[in-house]
Design a protein around this ligand. Sequence first.
Ligand SMILES: Cc1cc2nc3c(=O)[nH]c(=O)nc-3n(C[C@H](O)[C@H](O)[C@H](O)COP(=O)(O)OP(=O)(O)OC[C@H]3O[C@@H](n4cnc5c(N)ncnc54)[C@H](O)[C@@H]3O)c2cc1C
Length: 380
Amino acid sequence: MPDRSFLDWPFFEQRHRDWADKLDAWCAQNLPVDHSDVDAACRDLVARLGEAGFLKPTALDTDNPGPLDVRTLCLTRETLARHDGLADFAFAMQGLGTGAISLFGTPEQQQWLDRTRAGKTISAFALSEPRSGSDVANMDMTATRDGDDYMLSGEKTWISNGGIADLYTVFARTGEAPGAKGISAFLVPADTPGLDVAERLDVIAPHPLARLAFNDVRVPASAMIGRPGEGFKIAMSVLDVFRSTVGAAALGFARRALDETLDRAGSRELFGAPLFDLQMVQGHIAEMALDIDAAALLIYRAAWTKDMGAPRVTREAAMAKLFATDRAQQVIDKAVQIHGGDGVRRGHIVESLYREIRALRIYEGASDVQKVVIARQIGK
Ligand SMILES: Cc1cc2nc3c(=O)[nH]c(=O)nc-3n(C[C@H](O)[C@H](O)[C@H](O)COP(=O)(O)OP(=O)(O)OC[C@H]3O[C@@H](n4cnc5c(N)ncnc54)[C@H](O)[C@@H]3O)c2cc1C
């Protein structure tokens, strides 16, 4: 049985506990899904999560506007990741892909959100480029004013949901100033002429992922999210909300690894006794549990702080993401070790967790970048 005692921590309200229970019950009935066709699986997951109402926290409720509830986002990612990494991915992208619209969109732009929250429209976040991943302010893609329109030209890469998204939030250089102050954000429907999937990218834990080409993509000036030159600030505000949720997904993977390890160590007999009785194994299990609780504390501190109205949680979110993703990697590695040969057998749950966790230490700010962020925050 997964440890759910953390739900009693004072970071949560009863509505969070109820939500986690309801979602966990849904997951037990509906997950995991078949991953052999990730496009079809993600489309189906978005539709089913939407139908069941679980995508509602991903974006602003236009009928009842208020801030995104980061604790609910984290609890949802943690729970989904514990059951199925692809389900977590499908949920997370509906939030990341529309975060800019929720936080900075006009009422017209926000009309898309009813559809993304219902699972009827799939969204994506297009920031990274071949030359500028971590160095995002150095992007090349341009958006040039042409009468009442902007023309977008360039390339985006590593775009999750690339190929299946209906809607992209795209960042491009509008040139108000050099570097970070000359970037703006745009809402670009996937069927806009000139926007093409240049390449589908395959990774160790596959999900829909693509390099996108923008060849003179014409969008009306009203497609700009926020004001000219605010794109970098918008991207960072979105990441400020969603970065701790990446830690929450890692936490879900780590919890699953610990649960599997406890089952295995309890049921496998070695040297005439359960594996669990070996003190070295107990040492590993204790370290796994410690890492999981410490990660959870950092994640829900960041989420709670944001939900209590802090304008920015840059330091808290960076700490949560860095610690939770790095330690989940260690937790899962220990799980693989304790499973012996089965741990590296293709298709075994801990083998898939070993692949699933890796990218989380790279995207939405690599671990090294989080260290720089934390140092700058505390050094000020
Ligand atoms: C599976 C996956 C999904 C993704 N989804 C999206 C998406 O939906 N949208 C999107 O826009 N992008 C997405 N990305 C891109 C992701 O954000 C970038 O890969 C990431 O920002 C790193 O950029 P890069 O790959 O160009 O690596 P680089 O920028 O070349 O960095 C390589 C390494 O250098 C080190 N490094 C970088 N900067 C520093 C520093 N300041 N100090 C110390 N070390 C440093 C880090 O170890 C880093 O991993 C995704 C990536 C992956 C792998």
